[in-house]
Design a protein around this ligand. Sequence first.
Ligand SMILES: [Zn+2]
Length: 249
Amino acid sequence: MSDASRNLPTNRILASLPPEDSAHLASVSRIERPAQGRILNRSSESGTDIWFPLQGAIALTTTDASGRAVQTGMVGCEGCVGLQALFGPGIPSPDAVVQIEGAMSVISANHLRAAMDVRPPIQVALTKFLYGLSAESLQTIACNRLHSMLSRCCRWLLTMQDKAKSDDLRLTQEDLATLLGGGRPRVNVILAALEKNGILRRYRGRIHLLTRAGLEQHSCECYRRVRDASELLDIAPSRNPTVTSVTDS
Ligand SMILES: [Zn+2]
């Protein structure tokens, strides 16, 4: 591990490993800071790398045959993207696009596959993450059918804050509209109301979150359900210490 990487935040999967396994993966990894908007994995191509965010967040986006795109998930410091590369070419996957910039640890599929063959804790950690991601996706299906756009918006802002470990989200209203499956004007009305209530502040191309309490008050139960499941699996991203929460006090 280099001096530069020693001071970086940690990825939840890598941090959960025994020291010898963590050290091995560090020895075959590199640190990159991909720019916002960079596509790390395309659904139509076979990737060769697995990306473990130390900061920032990666959006998972699914596009239909007509080119319409919907954001179907988000991965931050609790997980990784690109695991389909372990299984060879042709495995379908969503596009993985950098939503919020940050440092990421990158490991080639060949190195990770070889490590998994002889290091069971790596297999367990990745299986836990994939189970958690599956549970989150199932909850999102229900959320999209049952809950209002306001409550879903607050849920995603809380989720992104956790995953990116930041109160400052590089996120446009267009991004949120894609994530929520709604029109930009409606998202604008919701964000304006949250801003008026002192919950967040809007800037050009970013949203600054001021208080978790307000977001939790308006969020649907899905945030807490996914969070509780992640904590039981011991895969939840660590709490951001710079923001306040009614449930933390
Ligand atoms: Zn919900």
